[in-house]
Design a protein around this ligand. Sequence first.
Ligand code: SAM
Length: 242
Amino acid sequence: MSLAARDERLLEVMDDPNCDPVRLHRTLRRFWAVNGAVSRWGRVYRNHVRPALARSTGPVRILDIGCGGGDVLRRLVRLARRDGFAVEGVGIDPDPRAWAAASSGAPVDGVSFRAAASGELVAAGERFDAVVSNHLLHHLDAVSLEAVLADSQTLATRVCVHSDIARSRLAYAAFAVCAAPIAPGTFLRVDGLRSIRRSYTRDELAARLPRGWLAEQPAAFRLLAVHRTWRFGVRPDEEAPA
Ligand SMILES: C[S@@+](CC[C@H](N)C(=O)[O-])C[C@H]1O[C@@H](n2cnc3c(N)ncnc32)[C@H](O)[C@@H]1O
């Protein structure tokens, strides 16, 4: 098996509509353990989300696309509230099984989950200060990736941050060993390894991003796709003609 190229044809077990529902539920509810260990949302919040929220003078909204079990959104809302923001968090996932898992978690004030796709929120005219995702990009084919990036750009008034794995042999080897204790009864290990094989390198992600987006590699195993609409203090569509 080579990690030199993305293996886009490899399907994750959780993406099979007929996979074992009990194991899937456990997988979604246990994502917090993987995310806490690898995803570094504390740093992403400090470097990208908080500075964007700080430009607002009123209540702020965060959207998590493909929220799975919902732990990343819960964490972001807690961090923002600790920093004094009046914050609402909305997590969406088109898979009703993910919505069920997210909704069965410990409730956090101001956090809600919907079984919905990003296009539905665009159609409803919703807006959010920050639009985020975690471990979503590698799941998407080229058409869905383009749609999710376009939707998130429309939905975000200040910043979009999509965080994902950076594919490497080392990431694969480390995950194979470290996932073993938390994986029993779930798809965490098999899908985590498939996720790494489906994931991008920084250059591959940069080549897939539309104009205005940046591919960053904040750590050896992590990638970010970032789009800021507030860089000049106003959204590009609000800028006065030169
Ligand atoms: C690996 S899980 C990540 C879940 C969660 N974000 C986390 O990090 O724990 C990927 C999630 O993306 C969702 N997903 C797949 N295709 C999607 C799409 N086109 N738009 C939004 N979510 C999608 C799946 O249903 C799944 O819950």
